[in-house]
Design a protein around this ligand. Structure first.
Ligand SMILES: Cc1cc2nc3c(=O)[nH]c(=O)nc-3n(C[C@H](O)[C@H](O)[C@H](O)COP(=O)(O)OP(=O)(O)OC[C@H]3O[C@@H](n4cnc5c(N)ncnc54)[C@H](O)[C@@H]3O)c2cc1C
Length: 362
């Protein structure tokens, strides 16, 4: 079943071209960390039919299958992938209006930030604080992408998926997606669903949703929970993100990363009480507390700019592990392991990684 017919969009939402469309097997070319070995086969899929046909072919041959969007949240082994990689490159966006809101369906292969830019231009509020996040629309529900007080689950209505277990298309509503903090049903059951299209409901407004992030509110000179012009929010978020190396820039090695390598840990009351008084602690519901992975990392001696060979912590943010040029996956992982055990030794807190590990582990 289709939510809406996917149609080519002739506005600002266009895809970046593949570095080596469909033929190049070196997976480092498709990841923002620029690491990863060779795949047996790479298929570039420009339509849902091409995606489903590549999946069915691999599944019937019992061949390992890897779905890739923008490659900005994966760490792929130096040994590569012993099977088929499908690059999702579908396009299309469609909007319908009802009751002061716009329902927008977007093909999985559209570039996320171009869609946010388009939404802001159309005066649709709901994802402006998610400006500048790399990757494609189809991956946003996988880890429930979030930043600056917004998450995609806040405005996601439905997801059209291909269910590899049932071998059919399905439509899941938001409640069926099992969203949590950087988590979802898709992340928990990674080999089952392939996202084909995501439907959002955004408010028709030139003003943003209430600003929920202190740093962003300060930059905009408004109070937390106030609204601001959509264009100002997008500009402020991009400015803040650039200062942290969180907007992709091929010339800047601080952005050769997967963004935050570790998730902010959520701990129980006892552990929160054991942390030093200056540790940032926020209530996370159910009597649990969220603390800052960046703070724990820095206080464990891993400052921005820390290096381990050609892997290194970004000069701009202690949560980003970066490739300084020529790093291997093992070097990136060695640095991540060093940081994780340093934090465990110093604070007794186990850091959980954010990216998806492909044929490798921490
Ligand atoms: C500089 C930088 C900054 C970042 N900032 C943020 C941030 O602020 N907030 C945040 O949440 N994340 C952030 N990220 C992480 C990343 O951008 C997001 O997780 C993004 O949604 C990943 O999209 P992608 O298309 O690159 O996914 P990929 O890396 O290609 O894939 C990620 C996972 O999703 C799966 N997948 C991809 N497409 C599909 C599909 N169509 N169907 C099913 N599975 C699929 C893949 O198999 C893989 O398991 C950042 C990354 C970088 C490099």
């Amino acid at each position: 079943m289709r939510l809406l017919q996917s149609v080519p969009y002739h506005g600002a939402v266009t895809l970046p071209s593949d570095p080596y469309p469909g033929t190049h097997r070196d997976l480092s070319a498709y990841t923002t960390l620029r690491v990863g070995g060779l795949a047996d086969r790479v298929v570039t899929a420009h339509s849902d039919e091409e995606i489903i046909s590549a999946i069915s072919e691999a599944d019937e041959a019992d061949e390992p299958l890897l779905i890739l969007g923008g490659g900005s949240n994966v760490v792929i082994s130096d040994q590569g992938w012993p099977g088929t990689v499908v690059l999702v490159r579908t396009s299309g966006i469609q909007k319908t209006d009802s009751c002061g809101a716009g329902t927008v369906s977007v093909a999985a292969g559209e570039n996320w930030d171009r869609v946010v830019e388009w939404a802001v231009g159309e005066q649709l509020a709901g994802v402006e604080a998610l400006s500048g996040i790399p990757g494609n629309v189809g991956a946003t529900p996988i880890q429930n992408v979030g930043a600056y007080g917004q998450e995609v689950s806040d405005s996601l209505q439905r997801v059209r998926v291909y269910d590899r277990r049932r071998r059919e298309e399905q439509v899941l509503d938001g409640a069926e997606c099992g969203f949590g903090y950087r988590d979802s049903r898709f992340k928990q059951d990674p080999d089952r669903f392939v996202v084909l299209e995501v439907e959002f409901r955004w408010e028709n407004s030139s003003e943003s949703k209430p600003i929920r992030y202190g740093e962003l509110a300060r930059m905009l000179r408004v109070g937390v929970e106030d609204r601001a012009a959509l264009t100002d929010v997008r500009a402020a978020v991009l400015h803040l993100r650039r200062g942290k190396g969180m907007v992709l820039d091929p010339a800047d090695h601080d952005t050769w990363s997967v963004g935050s390598f570790f998730i902010n840990p959520v701990v129980d009351r006892e552990k929160a009480d054991e942390l030093p008084a200056e540790a940032p602690i926020f209530p996370a519901g159910d009597g649990r507390y969220k603390t800052s992975a960046a703070w724990l990392i820095q206080e464990s001696g891993f400052e921005p700019g820390y290096r381990l060979g050609t892997a290194g912590i970004s000069n701009k943010h202690s949560l980003a592990i970066t490739n300084r040029g020529g790093a291997t996956t093992e070097e990136i992982l060695d640095l991540a392991r060093q940081i994780r055990s340093g934090v465990a030794d110093r604070f007794g807190v186990e850091l959980r990684p954010e990216p998806v590990f492909v044929s490798c582990s921490l």
